[in-house]
Ligand binder design. Structure first.
Ligand code: ZN
Length: 390
């Protein structure tokens, strides 16, 4: 009997210890732990600082040491002011993180039937609706790499890209001897969606190759000028859809340079400033030539080089951001290996702290303090960085 009582007492004691340790862990802000997981030791230190800060705050509020007559609210206010500077509360509400990750979507053909590299017009429209509803706004690739992301507070940038210049990207219909943009091509779908949701924005890059972009030879000039006039971007997909991983330096420069005068033949003065690698073929050496080079007196210069990839891009303000190796996400639902658009939407839904969330003010780069070590101060220019306790 005595043994039984001892055993019961022992069990009770163990339970007490267990519940104490669980409640301690709960106070340890598991969300923040996740935010920083896999981001290196620097952040772990930041985390500790945050935790200490939070615990300190708790002690004072709960125990009320009474040394000074500072109310908990006043104390908290002072700390916030000190840490958060002049970030307006209506901005903080959105938990902005301009060091978070950004999706660059990769589309190919828009048409039927749906396949690994083809999205139906209905599904493409649904992608835009889903992105919009989940707070994404379209920005151009150039604006992304230049860190010129001008979208409202609380929203996230998304970049749309189309490879190969397939017909379903942009084609004309002849109706009663008049030309009309086919309503189910990518350009028309984006434009009509923008009419419905003007704040979604209108931005995409079409990575084309020659000689026949968009597969209607008589309308090449009309289409390329239309795209440029509407603010869409024309990107280099090499002159002849070459796998650059198989070419020597002379051939790489020829493939990239020839695109420039050809595009200018149609759109005078147009500056192609981005490259999407066909087949994701990254040269084993000579990768400096992706950035700039020359062939027979024609020079080219890219600000962005896009891979095929499977994950979101880092923020342009992140110290590890590399605009010459930008990964893209397949905007597809077939054979995406768990890393397609909808997988990442789900991921960012579950991990909102990982996602780039705008502060709505291009003069500032705002992020949680636990991310401050990731800032690349050299790209700030005239802008200022602001951090807040998360
Ligand atoms: Zn391609």
């Amino acid at each position: 009997m005595k043994k039984k009582l001892q055993l019961l007492f022992y069990l009770f004691f163990c339970l007490l210890l267990l519940s104490l340790s669980i409640s301690c862990q709960l106070q340890n802000f598991p969300g923040e732990k996740k935010a920083a997981s896999g981001q290196g030791e620097a952040v772990n230190q930041q985390e500790k600082d945050n935790d200490e800060h939070e615990y300190g705050k708790k002690d004072k509020t709960e125990k009320g040491t009474g040394e000074k007559e500072v109310t908990p609210a006043e104390k908290e206010g002072e700390e916030l002011e000190e840490k958060q500077g002049l970030i307006p509360p209506e901005v903080l509400e959105h938990k902005p993180n301009e060091l978070g990750e950004i999706m660059i979507l990769m589309y190919h053909e828009i048409g039927y039937p749906e396949s690994e590299w083809r999205r139906t017009p209905e599904n493409f429209r649904r992608d835009l609706e889903t992105l919009y509803e989940q707070g994404y706004r379209a920005v151009s690739l150039t604006d992304l790499v230049r860190g010129n992301i001008n979208i409202p507070a609380g929203t996230s940038p998304v970049v749309l890209t189309f490879d190969d210049g397939n017909k379903g990207n942009f084609y004309y219909l002849e109706k009663n001897s008049e030309l009309e943009i086919a309503p189910d091509c990518a350009v028309a779908i984006m434009e009509s969606f923008r009419k419905e949701k003007p704040d979604f924005g209108l931005a995409a890059t079409f990575f084309i190759y020659y000689p026949n972009p968009f597969r209607e030879p008589r309308y090449i000039e009309k289409k390329l000028n239309y795209l440029a006039a509407k603010g869409f971007e024309i990107g280099n997909h090499t002159y002849g859809h070459a796998d650059l991983s198989r070419l020597g330096s002379g051939e790489i420069q020829r493939e990239l340079a020839q695109h420039v005068p050809k595009t200018r033949e149609y759109v005078p003065g147009y500056e192609v400033n981005s490259l999407a690698l066909p087949y994701g073929g990254y040269p084993r050496e000579n990768f400096e030539l992706l950035r700039q080079g020359a062939y027979e007196g024609i020079t080219y210069r890219n600000e962005a080089v896009l891979l095929v990839g499977s994950n979101p891009s880092l923020s342009p303000f992140h110290k590890n951001f590399n605009s010459f190796r930008l990964p893209r996400i397949r905007a597809s639902e077939l054979k995406t290996d768990g890393v397609g658009l909808y997988d990442w939407l789900e991921y960012f839904g579950q991990n909102p702290h990982k996602r780039y969330i705008s502060d709505g003010d291009t003069r500032y780069v705002t992020a949680p303090e636990s991310w401050s070590d990731f800032l690349n101060e050299t790209v700030l220019g005239e802008n200022e960085a602001r951090f807040y306790v998360n």
